[in-house]
Design a protein around this ligand. Sequence first.
Ligand code: ATP
Ligand code: MG
Length: 146
Amino acid sequence: MALTLDEAGLRTIGARLAPLLRAGDVIALSGDLGAGKTTLARAILEGLGHRGEVPSPTFTLVQTYADLDPPVAHADLYRLSSAAEAEPLALDDWLLDGALILEWPERLGDTIWPDRLWLRLEGAGGPDRRLTWDAPAAWEGRWPFA
Ligand SMILES: Nc1ncnc2c1ncn2[C@@H]1O[C@H](COP(=O)(O)OP(=O)(O)OP(=O)(O)O)[C@@H](O)[C@H]1O
Ligand SMILES: [Mg+2]
């Protein structure tokens, strides 16, 4: 299954995902540079009630939003060259009480959490994006797009 979305449509997806998010969840956002990963992350954070900026974590690697329910860490692993480099980020610890939105999840290779919701965005450069997904057992009954 796939959805074709303009930017407003992608933001609507984020708004619908936000209330479904629980502590321990990982949303992996895959796609080329400019595919819309940060745009979708921003819509999820705003859907959880965040007001204000959502800077791209390309350089900080992780931005945390501790006052949300659940608390969210937004990470961008683009600059990592191996999965081992993610260890100091202690993302597993964060997942004890919070959720994780991850750009460039491919950087984690096989070490990524098997229960992650994997969303893929394609079509960078044009007005529309193709969204495809892999919704694992942890999202059964929650992922609203069949
Ligand atoms: N349908 C669409 N969905 C998402 N973004 C769109 C769409 N159409 C145009 N855009 C534009 O594409 C850009 C997407 O940028 P964004 O920072 O979200 O990408 P990214 O996937 O996070 O890239 P990076 O890998 O560099 O972090 C934005 O400037 C946005 O306005
Ligand atoms: Mg980004």
